[in-house]
Write a protein that binds this ligand. Structure first.
Ligand code: UD1
Length: 433
């Protein structure tokens, strides 16, 4: 199993290209099931999760042509209505084909995702919402077996008791081709949901309320193809900002959108971080060298994103004073704490709050990646630590960060990917330094 060897070697300095957003492109690929015309996606990141989604939609009858950072999607007809456990267990976002298949064909069978490293992550709200839109659902042998009587989703009203990004996306994908009108209340307002709405509207969907918590959808008889540029990844931006700060370095981030930083910019402001847009979509970030502790509570957008919690915990480690981070979205999202503590962090967790004393001096150690964002926080900590860190199970990082080793090493990081863990007998193969 591949791992990273990282030797903390001081400030990062250089230019990083930000890719399209993973969490936007996955539902956009599902959109390709809604029409028999061509959907052309640009700014598509090269990620494990994208590859996984492509395999899934191909199994349903979609023709997918890849070229560099673009995808041409065409589904002349849906040839299979079953998303098997093999796909869904690898990637939760596979469940998004449920809404799209129901929209296009009025039927779908999709495996229940089950748990994952950061908690149980149920899909009960996706199911309740679809039922409110007139879909009949049975749970059979671990599968969601769904059909719309009469072959078409009726539409209806659903109020999410708790904000769900994937739930909102699934309902949108089902509602755009419904027979009647739909209303989604307490909808997720994440920019990736707005990007999906933008693409659906270009395909001919009628959706009002983009970027708000109430969405009105007028169902259409068919949708057309279109061309769509995937919005930049605000979580990748936040991760490289954290990398610059943790190493006391200076980075230029290209392909950004300043508005997408709104949910974490207030914390950067409190820390005294200098972040300037030097040209349209190009940002310069310089570490202030030292900063005060801060208090974060993760919340749905526009609150602080749970997907940046682990990276900001690394920044809290190097603050002058104590910090706290409250995780309100997922139950088990402090898996990185034990690993950071092995590097000398002294973080304590009480319930859903982590207390970080600050003024840490981290020392490299062998650590284990547990999920995508936890893994990247270990990489950041390793870059800022003294000595060598081995990060194991880096396949998590391949799911969500394009060319992490290349991007960091071009900014001076001493990081390499090993196809054999140190200590094993076979010779090492590596990429990048
Ligand atoms: C998406 C993101 C993920 C991010 C998360 C929260 C994608 C591909 N993934 O995940 O990176 O961390 O939003 O911003 O976009 N819940 C239920 N029942 C449901 C659905 C959700 O109880 O039917 C709960 C979840 O367990 C969690 C909370 O609602 O506690 C939010 O989950 P949700 O917004 O649905 O996350 P995902 O869409 O899975």
């Amino acid at each position: 199993m591949d791992c990273f060897r990282i030797i903390g070697n001081g400030p990062l300095q250089g230019v990083v290209e930000i890719n399209g957003a993973k969490n936007a492109v996955l539902p956009l690929i599902a959109c390709g099931l809604l029409t028999d015309q061509e959907l052309f996606l640009e700014n598509v990141p090269l990620l494990g999760d994208v590859h996984c989604m492509i395999q899934l939609v191909r199994s349903l009858g979609m023709e997918v042509t890849r070229a560099d950072h673009s995808l041409t999607l065409k589904t002349p007809s849906v040839t299979n209505f079953v998303a098997s456990y093999d796909y869904v267990r690898k990637m939760r976002a596979s469940v998004l084909v449920l809404g799209a298949l129901l929209g296009r064909c009025g039927k779908a069978t999709v495996s229940l995702p089950g748990g994952c490293a950061i908690g149980p992550r149920p899909v009960d709200l996706h199911i309740q919402g679809l039922e409110a839109f007139g879909v009949h659902i049975d749970l059979v042998n671990g599968y969601i077996v769904a059909h719309a009587p009469g072959g078409r989703v009726l539409g209806g009203k659903y109020t999410f008791p708790k904000v769900s990004v994937g739930g909102t996306e699934n309902l949108l994908l089902a509602a755009v081709l419904a027979k009647g009108e739909s209303c989604i209340e307490n909808a997720a307002q994440e920019p990736e949901v707005s990007d999906l709405i933008e693409c659906l509207c270009k395909m001919g969907a009628e959706i009002e309320g983009k970027g708000t918590s109430t969405l009105h959808i007028q169902g259409k008889d068919f949708l057309n193809g279109t061309r769509h540029y995937v919005l930049p990844d605000r979580l990748e931006m936040g991760t490289y900002i954290a990398a610059a700060l943790a190493t006391k370095g200076e980075l230029v981030l290209k392909g950004c959108n300043g508005e997408l930083m709104a949910s974490y910019k207030p914390v950067l402001d409190q820390m005294g971080v200098l972040l300037r847009e030097v040209q349209p979509s190009v940002f310069h970030i310089k570490s202030p060298g030292s900063w005060p502790g801060f208090h974060i509570q993760t919340q749905p957008f526009p609150g602080f994103p749970t997907d940046l919690q682990a990276q900001f915990m690394v920044l809290a480690l190097f603050a002058n004073s104590a910090s706290s981070i409250e995780e309100n979205l997922f139950e088990n999202r402090f898996m990185h704490v034990a690993e950071l503590n092995r590097m000398g962090a002294n973080i304590t967790v009480e319930g859903k709050t982590a207390f970080i004393p600050g003024q840490a001096h981290l020392i490299g150690a062998p650590v284990m990646a547990t999920d995508l964002r936890a893994s990247v926080s270990l990489v950041l900590a390793a870059l800022a630590a003294s000595g060598e860190t081995i990060v194991r199970r880096v396949y998590h990082l391949d799911r969500g960060y394009e060319d992490l080793v290349g991007k960091l090493s071009r900014c001076g990081a001493q990081i390499e990917r090993l196809t054999q863990e140190p200590g094993q007998t076979a010779p090492l193969a590596h990429q990048g330094v």
